[in-house]
Every structure is written in structure tokens, then in C-alpha cells.
Design a protein around this ligand. Structure first.
Ligand SMILES: Nc1ncnc2c1ncn2[C@@H]1O[C@H](COP(=O)(O)OP(=O)(O)O)[C@@H](O)[C@H]1O
Ligand SMILES: N[C@@H](CCC(=O)OP(=O)(O)O)C(=O)O
Length: 369
């Protein structure tokens, strides 16, 4: 496979296959592909829509209950059915799934963001398939800031969150056309988009069926993800091997290559956001481990903590002479680090009463200066 860590987004229109309920056959074909990717050594996180559709179907024949419930409440009814279906289908392949429900607030709050990221990475590293949806029940419409509102954008945020190499948005059309193919029979499929500019954005129409955002929100998602260095494919999930083909770099849909590489954009972010609040001084052994051996920074190598910073900040690392060694995203605040500096990693939980992992800065989140 060309890509290793993949986020696959399944839209309502695909999961219901044009009906008014979840289509287990369509879902099981997707499951088969995810399992094969896992066997090929890929990590796959799924963003699954379909809770509202499943909820409406569950409540069919109960008109009064349906009328009394908001869309969010209907999604809560459907989410458990949706998850049960995924769980059973993956279980046939001896694959464990995990439900993760997110809101916009979880992505904008730094602590929640880091916790979600750690949980998702743990789930992927352990070989499970996280299945993510928006937590519709608490993502209130009235409080606009807490709701993403559609899963195309959510899938782009998740791709960033787990540091994916590829985001595949699987839907019920073959990809991006130069006009909405439902209303323009002569519309042509666009195979590759180098830059999502206003001309491309103008092509994205809305949804006609059970879907929420249509092509417009898929293009927005593609823009978010490619800017962060993640390649994106929009393709038809009805094609039997669509997800596998995308992971091989051979999609028959629309391919959006990211303009820069993922690491570069991440490094740019780390370097552009170094906090002025404080810095970490490391001993000679740790400085050498970072500079020459590409290692993570562990608490045992931390000699001193200066100033104040929060978990998740980009913090400068200096050697005992005060020379700059690196900058990186810290897993511990300055207060926590003060308590665990010099301590062996396996004793972090004993000292703090909890642990955010054995590294102060993971090498993936570190840039040498
Ligand atoms: N330029 C376009 N190219 C392809 N599809 C388009 C375009 N503009 C609008 N669409 C519509 O977008 C729909 C897919 O979005 P949507 O129904 O929200 O799917 P999903 O449920 O997978 O998110 C297609 O069925 C199509 O009618
Ligand atoms: N959380 C909602 C997501 C709705 C949504 O974004 O649908 P879609 O446009 O089909 O991906 C649900 O599960 O129904």
C-alpha cells in the first residue's frame, strides 16, 4: 500500500445505498476492505455517518415519538444501532471496533484535543478500528460553536488529529464532477485537483438525498486536509475495491495531492508557535539523544523547567549551556514537568497520579533547531 495511516469517511448516501435504512450488505463490503487494509499493515480510522438515517428507520411507525424528537435525539437513537451493526460486521473478521464521538469543542479545546488524539492513536496502535461520528446529542444547533454539522469536515479534522497520510471520502458519486451529475447528465469527472481555489469550490453543489453537505462540504474537507499535508481522495464507495485502490494510490475517483509534505507542515506549525512562556533545559545525555539519535525527550533527561507553559504548547528545549536544541509539543505542563523532571518514565504515574505517556516530547512532535 502506498499509504499507512488512513481515515475513511462513509457518507449516509453510501451506507443506506439509496434506501431508508442502513444497508448491511453495503456496510459489509466496506468492512471487508478495511480488514484487508489492516492485514496489509495499514491503520484505518473510520468516520461513519448514518446515525440520523438509522434513527429515523428505528422510529418508523412511531410518528408521535418522531415528531417529539429533534434531529440530535433521533441521531442518538440511531447511533447505537449504527455502532451495533459495525461491531457485528467487524466481529465476523475478528476485528475489534471502538466508538469515538466528538464535537467541535473537543477539537478546539487543547486538553480535549490531546486526549482524543492519544486515545485514537492508542486504539490504532493496538490494532482496533476506531469508528468516529459527531456527538450529535450534545453538539447543539443553538450553540453554533459546538457543532461541526457534517461529517466531511469532521473527517478532515480527524485526519489531522491522527496524523493520517490519506483521507478517503467515500460517497455515492464517482468523485468531483464539473457539474452536479444528478442534474447534469453530461457532467465530466475531474480526476486530479492540484489546488482547491474558488473555481473548484464553485463546482461543489449540495446534497439531494439523505446526505448533509453534498460535494461542497467534501471540497471544504479536502481543502482542510490537504493544507495540513494529508492527501485526499473523493470516490464512490459503491465501487467494490474503492478504498483499497485509494490506499494503493490508484483511485478511479478524484485525487487531491497535498501541496506540501505532512511533516513539513507540522514542523512549520511547531516552529511558528513556540511559546514565549518558558523553556526546558536538558542534560548533556538528553541533548545528544535528541540531536544525534533522533530520540524522544524523556523526563529523566530534563534538568530544569523555566517559566510556565501548558500541555500541548510548542516549547523550546535548551542544553545546559543555554544553546537551543529543539522545539516540540509537550505532553506535560511546566508544573507537571517540575514534579517529574529527572524521574524515570515508568514512575510518572506514581508521582503525578496519572500519565500522559512516557515522553515529555515525542520525537514525531519535535523539530531540531
Ligand atoms: N460537482 C459535483 N460533483 C459530484 N457530486 C456533486 C457535485 N455537486 C453536488 N453533488 C452531489 O453531492 C452528492 C454527494 O454528497 P452527499 O449526498 O452529501 O453524500 P454523503 O452522504 O456521502 O456525504 C452527490 O450525490 C451529488 O448529487
Ligand atoms: N452525525 C450525522 C452525520 C450526518 C452527515 O454528515 O451525513 P453525510 O453528509 O452523509 O456524511 C449522522 O450520523 O447522521
Amino acid at each position: 500500500m502506498r499509504y499507512r495511516r488512513i481515515v475513511a469517511k462513509f457518507g449516509t448516501s453510501l451506507l443506506t445505498a439509496g434506501s431508508d435504512r442502513l444497508d448491511l450488505e453495503a456496510m459489509s463490503r466496506l468492512v471487508g476492505q478495511v480488514v484487508r487494509l489492516r492485514q496489509a499493515g495499514c491503520q484505518v480510522a473510520v468516520v461513519s455517518s448514518g446515525a440520523q438515517a438509522a434513527g429515523r428507520h428505528r422510529l418508523r411507525g412511531r410518528a408521535a415519538t418522531m415528531r417529539a424528537l429533534s434531529r440530535q435525539a433521533i441521531a442518538s437513537v440511531g447511533q447505537s444501532h449504527l455502532m451495533q451493526s459495525w461491531d457485528e460486521l467487524f466481529d465476523w473478521h475478528d476485528t475489534v471496533v471502538a466508538q469515538v464521538l466528538l464535537t467541535r469543542r473537543d477539537l478546539s479545546d487543547r486538553l480535549a484535543y490531546l486526549n482524543a488524539r492519544n486515545t485514537l492513536r492508542d486504539l490504532l496502535d493496538a490494532g482496533t478500528v476506531p469508528i468516529i461520528n459527531e456527538n450529535d446529542a450534545v453538539a447543539l444547533d443553538e450553540v453554533l460553536a459546538t457543532r461541526i454539522g457534517e461529517n466531511d469536515s469532521l473527517s478532515a479534522y480527524v485526519a489531522n488529529l491522527v496524523d493520517a497520510d490519506l483521507l478517503v471520502i467515500l460517497t455515492d458519486v464517482a468523485g468531483l464532477y464539473d457539474a452536479d451529475p444528478r442534474t447534469n447528465p453530461g457532467a465530466q469527472l475531474i480526476r486530479r485537483v492540484e489546488r482547491i481555489d474558488a473555481r473548484i469550490e464553485a463546482l461543489g453543489g449540495g446534497a439531494h438525498g439523505p446526505g448533509t453537505g453534498g460535494m461542497a462540504t467534501k471540497l471544504r474537507a479536502a481543502h482542510i486536509a490537504t493544507q495540513a499535508g494529508v492527501d485526499v481522495v473523493i470516490c464512490s464507495g459503491r465501487e467494490p475495491e474503492a478504498l483499497i485502490a485509494a490506499a494503493r494510490g490508484e483511485t478511479t475517483g478524484t485525487y487531491f495531492p497535498a501541496p506540501g509534505d505532512r511533516l513539513e507542515s507540522r514542523k512549520r506549525w511547531i516552529l511558528g508557535n513556540i511559546t514565549r512562556g518558558g523553556w526546558i533545559t536538558v542534560d548533556a545525555g538528553a541533548a545528544e539523544a535528541l540531536r544525534a539519535r533522533g530520540r524522544s525527550l524523556l523526563p529523566a533527561g530534563v534538568a530544569a523547567v523555566s517559566g510556565s507553559f501548558q500541555r500541548g504548547d510548542s516549547v523550546e528545549v535548551r542544553d545546559l549551556e543555554g544553546n537551543r536544541v529543539a522545539a516540540g509539543l509537550v505532553n506535560y505542563s511546566s508544573e507537571e514537568l517540575e514534579r517529574i523532571r529527572g524521574v524515570r518514565s515508568d514512575r510518572i504515574a506514581e508521582v503525578l497520579g496519572y500519565s500522559y505517556g512516557e515522553e515529555v516530547v515525542h520525537r514525531d512532535n519535535l523539530v531540531l533547531l
